[in-house]
Design a protein around this ligand. Structure first.
Ligand SMILES: [Zn+2]
Ligand SMILES: [Zn+2]
Length: 156
């Protein structure tokens, strides 16, 4: 995680296009640069419970693609398990992102980077779904084999 003084949404450095995001109150501002590794929807119980929503729209990035623009000392962390370090704003409680150290990836919730062109490719943990989504995208029972899952596909 790289902390920078400032970034602009029109920044076109070697990182490529940068998109800004923030918590609910704006005390914490983040930015993502370049392209995510994968985007999609997670239906697992942990994502639903943490997000207080029926599904989590995720964008998974290499950690170096994420920059804390403002409020780094205002970011709280909660990890129920060693696989997910959930980050939130200490002022408003708004959620920001989840670090997955075992995968070397960080999920910046799509809703946090509202201007980013979210293009979901897959649904994961569909066996736990509470909101079936007939969008034609592949529905994985859990997660891909390269992330420790079975890779089994389920019907929509
Ligand atoms: Zn906040
Ligand atoms: Zn999940």
């Amino acid at each position: 995680m790289e902390v920078v003084d400032h970034l602009h949404s029109t920044d076109h450095t070697h990182h490529g296009t940068t998109y800004q995001g923030s918590c609910f109150c704006g005390a914490v501002q983040i930015a993502v640069s370049g392209a995510p590794v994968v985007m999609g929807y997670c239906h697992c119980e942990s994502c639903r419970s943490w997000s207080a929503g029926p599904v989590n729209a995720f964008t998974l990035w290499k950690p170096e693609a994420i920059h804390i623009v403002r409020g780094a000392d205002n970011i709280g962390t909660f990890n129920k398990t060693p696989t997910s370090y959930r980050k939130w704003c200490k002022t408003c409680g708004g959620h920001l992102y989840t670090e997955h150290p075992g995968w070397g990836l960080t999920d910046v919730y799509a809703a946090v980077i509202a201007d980013f062109p979210f293009k979901p490719a897959v649904h994961v943990n569909y066996q736990e779904t509470r909101l079936r989504m007939a969008d034609g995208l592949p529905k994985l029972q859990d997660v891909p084999p390269e992330m420790g899952g079975t890779g089994v596909m389920l019907p929509e």
